[in-house]
Write a protein that binds this ligand. Structure first.
Ligand SMILES: Nc1nc2c(ncn2[C@@H]2O[C@H](COP(=O)(O)OP(=O)(O)O)[C@@H](O)[C@H]2O)c(=O)[nH]1
Ligand SMILES: [Mg+2]
Length: 252
């Protein structure tokens, strides 16, 4: 068998399982830190339940992903995960699923590792959402997950600070209703409602046009042009206001 024959034979095995996403379907990537429980607790010794250095490394990673060759309309991050909504007509890499998953996981892992100066990796999956409503529901789902995680994490660490071991603290939190969790925190001086928004709702990043002041040396006059800049929204709106923000970002 010569090289051309071998090449033809092996290409079949490489490409037959390479799925592509159909057109007219929204694609959302979710990129999640691998073993970040260990990374945040044992390796980096981050403040719990929230550490601003960790948040900033995640924000820097989302910014990088918004600008690494894919048309991304919206980036969202909470905890160790990132969601990216792609332009409706995105056809980068012929919509080949494994290109998206491997490149985005690689870009996120590389960028985040450099940001924290420690080896870290992410996985990536693509959600295929047929309607605009499902896009709104997806992001509402992740925001509500952020809210629940924040409440549970504050309760867990409050109990751990009361000398409960990890298993006991976990079991205790699992038994409490939402009202009881709020009450527990209140008794320890934390008003959950007053916590900063980014901890409870996550952070959104999207492109905005801003005026750029320049100077034309030929006319010796100042100039104003429009530039695209990433806006970091640390106080995302909730419920229908969040849907309205997302609706403005969709490009269909
Ligand atoms: N200390 C600390 N941990 C965080 C922070 N943000 C996320 N984490 C942790 O990151 C982990 C993310 O959860 P998950 O993806 O389910 O865990 P994994 O499978 O170990 O990556 C949880 O253990 C969180 O407590 C933070 O700001 N500070
Ligand atoms: Mg994780």
């Amino acid at each position: 068998m010569n090289f051309e024959q071998l090449d033809q034979l092996m290409r079949v095995y490489e490409t037959t399982t390479d799925q592509t996403v159909l057109p007219n379907i929204w694609m959302v990537a979710r990129i999640d830190g691998r073993s970040f429980t260990r990374l945040t607790k044992e390796v980096m010794n981050y403040q719990r339940p929230f550490d601003q250095r960790f948040r900033d490394a995640m924000l820097s990673t989302v910014s990088h992903l918004l600008d690494c060759g894919f048309p991304v309309l919206y980036g969202y991050t909470q905890s160790d995960e990132i969601s990216l909504l792609f332009s409706y007509r995105c056809d980068v890499f012929g919509r080949k699923l494994r290109k998206y998953c491997s490149i985005l996981a690689g870009e996120a892992s590389g960028h985040f590792s450099l940001a924290i100066q420690q080896q870290a990796s992410f996985d990536c999956r693509i959600c295929q959402l047929p309607t605009d409503q499902l896009v709104y529901d997806y992001f509402r789902w992740r925001m509500e997950d952020a809210h629940r995680n924040a409440l549970n994490a504050y309760c867990y660490w409050t109990l751990r600070d009361q000398a409960l071991n990890p298993q006991m603290a976990h079991d205790q939190v699992a038994k409490l209703s939402v009202a009881q969790k709020n009450e527990l925190l209140f008794q320890h001086g934390i008003n959950f409602n007053d916590l900063v928004a980014w901890q409870k709702r996550g952070v959104g990043l999207y492109w905005r046009n801003v005026d750029h002041m320049g100077f034309n040396p030929q006319t010796q006059m100042p100039t104003i042009s429009q530039r695209r800049k990433i806006h970091v929204d640390l106080e995302l709106p909730q419920r229908e206001h969040y849907t309205a923000l997302l609706r403005d970002l969709l490009d269909r």
